[in-house]
Ligand binder design. Structure first.
Ligand SMILES: Cc1cc2nc3c(=O)[nH]c(=O)nc-3n(C[C@H](O)[C@H](O)[C@H](O)COP(=O)(O)O)c2cc1C
Length: 226
């Protein structure tokens, strides 16, 4: 079994958690929905959480909507069932010793700040992909630390040595650049940057120059705008 359908098998998930905990030292966390199919009540959610927590999982990442196993595609299941953040807050109130991380539909750091009043953490899914620049503001906005990058170009500059190192070890450029396709989202040249990487970074011979060329397209657009 794989994915949200496992919510119907709390004893099996508890068993898996225990087996994983018994055989490794790294934390074992569980990510789940607030229910599936005809699981309608908060009490049914507890029927999942309680045995899994008893088996030794103390970190739960909760996608705050149900999943419909029949009739909805995975993509529709990320959009159609309504979000219910309140149940996730309630989990934290009922199990203060557990680490509860909220997920689903969160797109700004202001929203993160709001959720953090009620839960321990926030997980961003699609927003981190579509607009990875949001992550550069996290340290300063949520943790009162220095901002690690003042500009998107700083992010690229910091990424270059890592990319070079990985390429030297035989990695594909695409595996690195896929995470920054949206870096310039909303800025002049963003589309050219994304397209250049999408069309070239997957090629076998793609080296660091492909990333440099993509960056030049953004810089070029800036100049044209000026
Ligand atoms: C392309 C894609 C693949 C995903 N694959 C998984 C997965 O394998 N396991 C999982 O638990 N969630 C998966 N998710 C769901 C996300 O982890 C997240 O729960 C969901 O997108 C809701 O958060 P968001 O609104 O911040 O995107 C996937 C999401 C996307 C967009």
């Amino acid at each position: 079994m794989f994915g949200a359908c496992l919510m119907a098998k709390p004893a099996l998930v508890a068993d898996c958690v225990k087996a994983m905990r018994d055989s490794c030292d790294i934390p074992v966390t569980v990510k789940h929905r607030i229910g599936i199919d005809d699981m309608e009540s908060y009490e049914q959610l507890l029927e999942f959480i309680e045995p899994v927590a008893a088996a030794g999982c103390s970190v739960f990442i909760v996608h705050a909507r149900k999943a419909w196993l029949q009739g909805l595609s995975p993509k529709e299941n990320r959009e159609i069932p309504p979000l219910n953040y309140e149940w996730v807050y309630r989990l934290k109130r009922d199990f203060p010793h557990l680490t509860i991380v909220i997920n689903g539909g969160i797109q700004t750091l202001v929203e993160c700040q709001h959720h953090l009043q009620f839960v321990d953490g926030v997980m961003l899914g699609r927003e981190a992909y579509q607009n990875p620049w949001i992550l550069a503001q996290v340290d300063a906005t949520l943790f009162g630390m220095d901002n690690p990058a003042n500009s998107r170009d700083d992010v690229i500059a910091a990424l270059l040595p890592y990319a070079q190192q990985q390429l030297a070890r035989g990695a594909s450029l695409n595996h690195i650049t896929r995470h920054i396709l949206g870096l310039y989202q909303g800025m002049p040249g963003a589309r050219k940057f994304r397209r250049h990487l999408s069309e070239n970074a997957y090629k076998k011979a793609a080296g660091i120059e492909v990333l440099a060329q993509a960056c030049a397209l953004v810089a070029g657009s800036h100049e044209q705008q000026a």
